[in-house]
Design a protein around this ligand. Structure first.
Ligand code: URP
Ligand code: ZN
Ligand code: ZN
Ligand code: ZN
Length: 472
């Protein structure tokens, strides 16, 4: 049956206008003022904004890490994402040395396929670039539709790859049409600083931040940018946390290097002092890169506003405080890194960004949805509201007020890092390919209804030329 969403204000990355949206067979078939004579279900969106479903380009669902597993899997994680106005996630498929890429992708499909309630794609980790990996890559990109590759420059003896692997991945990415993503921190220097701190008896959560100073993120970001230039490739820096790293990206962009940067809600609103909370509560705020001194927040907002950073990922990687974060009592290096953010990513950017006048409404849509769709080969199927696109739509009440709390969130963890934060704006209903997943703030979706999306290659739809700004 057709659906028609009436009386809302449509917001895209470029336009804001009053209009009705007609949906048929999962796609938008008409947009216009006062659409009449359509027999179908009418949904009244009076007073609400209608924007394209959020695209979260950075999640870790059902992921093993630090000797434990993330609490949220593809079912709980995507339900929480949908509550928060996200309709597509791109999750990191981890690989292991000596095993085929295909076996890793199969493992990730098993985790996701019968569980996801919204659409999803995968990025593929490259941990070592040997012949077997390089030979298998074209198939992953062309047949599996996994058009982004991830290299960790940190987590020594676990995920960390060396510069040879990073460089070969950049070369392959260029050749095959894949966007290369990096976790940019100097893992060797961190390893040294962590060992030194522990030896000196400094075991509290705050030392997680003190052993990963902003300079190690800046150094790795700058190094990755230079290697990208040398390979004439393309790079996306995940979870940029500080001014030093944001500046490295801005500098490289100024030189015409094809580099993009993502930040996360936690770096925009939380700071390093949270790691000093008593009773080991600081462990709740352990991310890599770590939360920074507060003044960095304004630098990150400025970078988003001026387009030097372009996207926001949740870096969803949730662990309970009890039993999981607590693994690091007495040794901060054993605290599982990460937090539950997937649900509040969109709302925090709206409340702290749009409502506080830091970014415009259209920039907000670009940052939470459109830009990621373009960079990761989903656009224009996803990431905008236009005739012919998937009807992934958020019906959003811009005046609703709520307080973030673990009591009411839908993630599977026992705390929320934004506990008590008052925010304005909330998704009322969320549609994925024309079907309600959230209706009047209730979950009405179904596990397994999310589809795996084979994504287009990088640059397939827009040409990125050096010394030429990308117009998208
Ligand atoms: O602390 C973090 N960021 N945990 C998730 C893994 C990663 O580095 O993205
Ligand atoms: Zn699948
Ligand atoms: Zn990372
Ligand atoms: Zn991550």
């Amino acid at each position: 049956m057709k659906k028609i969403i009436k009386n809302g204000t449509i917001v895209t990355a470029t336009d804001t206008y009053k209009g009705d949206i007609c949906i048929e067979d999962g796609v938008i078939t008409q947009i216009g003022e006062n659409l009449m004579d359509i027999d179908g279900e009418v949904i009244d969106a009076k007073g609400c904004l209608l924007f394209p479903g959020g695209i979260d380009p950075h999640t870790h669902l059902d992921m093993p890490f630090g000797g434990t597993m993330t609490k949220d899997n593809f079912e709980t994680g995507t339900i929480a994402a949908a509550f928060g106005g996200t309709t597509t996630v791109i999750d990191f498929c981890l690989t292991t040395k000596g095993n085929t890429l295909k076996s890793a992708v199969d493992t990730w499909h098993k985790k996701a396929d019968s569980k996801a309630v919204i659409d999803y794609g995968f990025h593929l980790q490259i941990v070592e670039s040997n012949d077997a990996v390089l030979n298998e890559l074209p198939k992953m990109i062309e047949e599996e539709g996994i058009t982004s590759l991830k290299v960790f420059m940190a987590y020594k003896n676990q995920f960390q790859a060396d510069d040879e692997t990073l460089f070969q991945t950049l070369v392959a990415g260029k050749e095959l049409g894949a966007l290369v993503m990096v976790h940019a921190e100097n893992g060797d220097v961190i390893d040294y600083l962590v060992k030194k701190a522990l030896k000196e008896g400094n075991t509290d959560p705050i030392y997680h931040a003190l052993t990963r100073p902003a300079e190690v993120e800046g150094e790795a970001t700058g190094r990755a940018a230079i290697l990208t230039d040398l390979a004439d490739s393309q790079l996306y820096v995940v979870h940029v946390s500080c001014e030093v790293a944001a500046k490295k990206i801005a500098e490289a962009r100024g030189k015409g290097i094809d580099i993009w940067g993502e930040t996360c809600p936690q770096y925009l609103v939380l700071d390093q002092t949270f790691l000093e909370k008593p009773n080991f509560e600081g462990a709740k705020y352990v991310w890599s890169p770590p939360l920074r001194e507060k003044w960095n927040q304004e630098a990150l907002w400025n970078a988003l506003r001026t387009g030097q950073l372009q996207t926001i990922g949740s870096d969803q990687c949730s662990f309970d405080f009890k039993g999981q974060k607590e693994l690091g009592r007495g040794d901060f290096s054993k605290i599982p890194n990460g937090g539950p953010i997937i649900e509040d990513r969109v709302s925090i950017l709206f409340s702290e960004g749009v409502k506080k006048g830091r970014i415009s409404l259209n920039q907000f849509v670009d940052i939470v949805s459109t830009r990621a769709a373009k960079l990761f080969g989903l656009y224009p199927k996803k990431g905008t509201i236009a005739i012919g696109t998937d009807a992934d739509i958020v019906i959003f009440d811009p005046e609703a007020e709520r307080v973030i709390s673990a009591e009411t969130h839908h993630m599977a963890v026992d705390y929320n890092p934004f506990e008590g934060m008052e925010i304005t704006g909330e998704p009322v209903s969320v549609l994925s390919r024309g079907e309600f997943v959230i209706r009047d703030k209730q979950f009405v979706g179904k596990a397994g209804s999310g589809q795996f999306i084979k994504r287009a290659k990088y640059g397939e739809k827009q040409v990125a030329k050096k010394n030429k700004p990308l117009t998208m």
